[in-house]
Design a protein around this ligand. Sequence first.
Ligand SMILES: C[S@@+](CC[C@H](N)C(=O)[O-])C[C@H]1O[C@@H](n2cnc3c(N)ncnc32)[C@H](O)[C@@H]1O
Length: 329
Amino acid sequence: MFRTLVRRCVQTQCKRLSKLSDLSHVERRSLSANASTTGGNSKPETVEDMLKLWFKRFSDAQVYEPLESIANILASTLNSNKIATVYQERDRKLSTVEMKNIIEMCKKRLQRMPIQYVIGQWDFRELTLKLRPPVFIPRPETEILVELALNDIKSRDVTCILEPCCGSGAISLALLNLLPGLKAVACDKSSKACELTEENASDLKLSGRLEVQQCAIGDIELKNKFDLIISNPPYVLSKDMMDLQAEILLFEDLEALDGGLDGLDVVRDILGVATTYLNRSGKLFLEVDPSHPELIANLLTGSPSLGLKFERSHKDFNGVARFVEIIKT
Ligand SMILES: C[S@@+](CC[C@H](N)C(=O)[O-])C[C@H]1O[C@@H](n2cnc3c(N)ncnc32)[C@H](O)[C@@H]1O
């Protein structure tokens, strides 16, 4: 069953293992049964032995996404970011050092450290980014935000963008990587986030086109205006913070998520910056909570002095309004 699952993932060219939630109940049940019968008493030696053993241990400890967790740990040990490698090398005997490293990583995962921090990297669009706690882990839906900006940038003359709240640098770096003529200024109030953005930019050879400023977006001082501003700011309503997964609450910087009472504390600062620093007809793209598009539309209609017009909202993978597009008038 394990082979069938991994082969299917390889066939669909997934970079990472597909989510267990994509599987049927029958598939999930038989995978667990298979792992529990073969992950038993004999001393684990091979990649497949460790996969089965730790799938069972993670499942027993109710670690979220147990199969993805051990598959990614093994892929990382095999110096790959492709789950296909785990399948291809399933019969390979692991060295003592490799075994020790795998167990160290698995212990961290048992403590609920997100898998992205455990292996120290994750894919975002075309890039593999370094990640470490407590800097926010880029989420898959933010790839849609990048796509929205990309389409806009390609439709007009955009030379320089601003990214408030850059975290690991995912958004700016994804755009710079795809658009060789583009320059970006990114800011974050966290020094750890700024350091990681600079490190990722350097690893990806994009430092020459990215300026990083450590400051709260409300305090930023800039020399130029911009054609486009893009941001995934903290937008979770404070009352919803405690509903977040244990992994997030234990390891990620909560200031990266908490957007205050109505979730709009930092968004309001970004709107102020857009008023000052967006060129006429320039666009602002934001990722927000589904309750926000209507609130932001009303806020802009009621504050004409901001010179910003709500254009439209865009949906995420779940069909929920997650992104807003705003134009400078
Ligand atoms: C949701 S994370 C997004 C990170 C990154 N853009 C991404 O999508 O992966 C928000 C980021 O905003 C930063 N932040 C929070 N409040 C801020 C503020 N007032 N000014 C600038 N950055 C802020 C946090 O440190 C965090 O890195």
